[in-house]
Unconditional design. Structure first.
Length: 282
């Protein structure tokens, strides 16, 4: 599955859908008013940032145990954290502050609505920006599965359509994640289907240092974490004290940051070379 699945229909649908969504957010910002709309924008940015940190932490740790589901685990955990933070912030802003329609008629109401419309536009752009990252990440995860069907196949189609033609250049320039990240997602997913490649990945010196860390050893000795990773039970993973301790350990974070993942993947996925045939004596 690749760029040949890019669809003009999906591409046009995404463009028109994005335009309508921005108009809706501008109108919603006008109705909310400048204070509520500003808090909405701040809530989306804060929740997205916290969700990204949580997702990256979980993906890095699960990737050592089961690379095939690491980014999927990070995507799920990061999304849950982001939605929880977002829900709390939006609830508080709705309870504490007035809408535009509740302001006195005249210039005050107009300024209140116009300011809200600006923040509505910013919120819409931020949501679209985040959505692009989610679609490309989800598509890369599904792309690693050769038997993808239904929703997974649609994600691959959407990802391919986003990356096609002039739109693809814009998407790649504004995406929060570099293009290399999506290639790594696919390659990490392929490790789980190739035992020899997995062994070569685990034999990498940088990976060996991470594996030898006490926090990672605790993860590998925790049957609840291992079972949850095998069954893709992300709720259990999010509640695991062992994962939380590992994710917040500065020494382990340093080892993960120092790992040359690209080099480790190159070694793991390098094609096996056949030994040269012995030369025949004349």
């Amino acid at each position: 599955m690749g760029a040949d699945l890019a669809s003009p229909f999906w591409q046009n649908a995404l463009i028109y859908g994005a335009a309508l969504f921005l108009l809706w957010e501008i109108f919603g910002g006008w109705r909310r008013g400048v204070i509520r709309a500003a808090l909405h924008f701040g809530a989306f940015v804060a929740s997205g940032f916290l969700g990204l940190l949580a997702g990256q932490g979980v993906a890095s740790l699960i990737g050592i145990l089961m690379p095939g589901i690491s980014f999927l685990a990070g995507l799920v955990v990061g999304s849950v954290v982001a939605l929880l933070v977002l829900g709390i912030c939006l609830f508080l802003s709705a309870v504490l502050f007035k809408r535009t329609s509740q302001q006195p008629p005249g210039l005050v109401r107009w300024l209140f609505g116009a300011g809200g419309a600006v923040f509505g536009l910013l919120t819409g752009l931020f949501i679209l920006w985040s959505g692009i990252t989610l679609i490309r990440a989800g598509g890369a995860i599904a792309q690693a599965n050769p038997n993808a069907t239904g929703f997974s196949k649609n994600l691959v189609d959407l990802k391919s359509s986003l990356e096609k033609g002039p739109l693809g250049g814009v998407v790649q320039s504004i995406d929060i994640l570099p293009t290399e990240t999506y290639d790594r997602i696919t390659r990490l997913g392929e490790l789980s289907k190739n035992p020899d490649a997995m062994m070569r990945f685990l034999d990498d010196p940088g990976v060996q240092k991470i594996m030898a860390h006490p926090r990672v050893q605790a993860l590998m000795d925790d049957p609840q974490v291992l079972q949850a990773a095998e069954t893709k039970n992300f709720i259990v993973l999010m509640q695991s004290r062992t994962i939380l301790n590992a994710a917040t350990d500065p020494s382990l974070q340093k080892l993960v940051a120092e790992l040359d993942l690209e080099k480790a993947l190159d070694r793991a996925t390098a094609p096996k070379q056949n030994p040269p045939a012995p030369k025949k004596k004349p």
